[in-house]
Design a protein around this ligand. Sequence first.
Ligand code: NAI
Length: 310
Amino acid sequence: MSEELRFDGRVAIVTGAGGGVGRAHAELLAARGARVVVNDLGGGRDGTAAGPPGDRPASASTVTAAITAAGGEAIANTADVADRVGAATIVEQALDTWGRVDVIVNNAGITGKGALDDPDTFERVIATHLYGTVNVLRAAMPHLLAQDYGRVVNTSSSSMWGADGATDYASAKGAIFAFTRVLAMQHRATNVKLNAIMPVAHTRMTAAIPVPAIVDWLETWFPPEKVAAFAVLLCHEGAPCTGETFVAGGGRAAHVVFETTRGHFDSEPTPEAFRDHFGEVMAHRDAGAPADGFLDLARWADVLPERGPF
Ligand code: NAI
């Protein structure tokens, strides 16, 4: 067996770690020697204080107690990540208690409802997922960059490819995919690595899926610990990449790639020309994953006459 990945001397923050996938991240990091700030608002899975009927309560202090009982080190934080000031207190608590912060796992989340005519819910979902991630990193990045060390794992979701009735949730998770990728590019020259995961796990969030067969399947094969097993690799000093996103769950990890096709080019484009060549626009022959928007154009430079800067 190869050498165990350890986090001795490292300080980690896991948001939304009072239950579900976040709890599994926090417990595995602590078991591997990290000191962990366990953040959780403790509210319901829909972002309300009490939660819907039957919801299992999440609690930062319960998880902290479990970590401590198992011989690890952890402290609880109950801030709301959607609140800029609250999010900053999570980082401050790590610094005040242990004098450093090395690992950030932005995991806190709530279910979406997606309705355009329910703007309060829509904004709350975006605020929790997207701004929650942005807020914590706004506070943490200066410290990570100053010490030229940091490992960040953000939580996207495969719902961004389609999730019936969850436009708010899927939009937020798509934004986290892009945010992670671009922030990682910006800091590629540093030793701060940022990646994202799209988990699949049986938690109180997915227990609410209204299809019992799916919930049973998740419960049998997708414990949150199997997501944490991959996320913790990305949290480690030896994290093998930055700016990437992975599906993780059920014992599988897989790289997420987007592709653009070679497409159709017309020097005098008209709607009719694109209509007539729509098959080429869509043809996946020669498709490849773009590294970034401009590099994607450069990759197809042979089909573009004005090569511009490329
Ligand atoms: P969960 O509901 O068990 O965990 C989410 C935790 O975040 C809860 O403990 C909740 O109290 C906390 N939280 C919510 N709003 C917060 C806020 N404003 N500030 C601090 N904490 C807050 O659900 P689960 O499944 O463990 O979700 C973890 C993450 O994984 C979420 O971002 C979720 O969107 C994402 N995800 C989960 C999937 C799954 O299959 N379980 C699939 C795709 C994404």
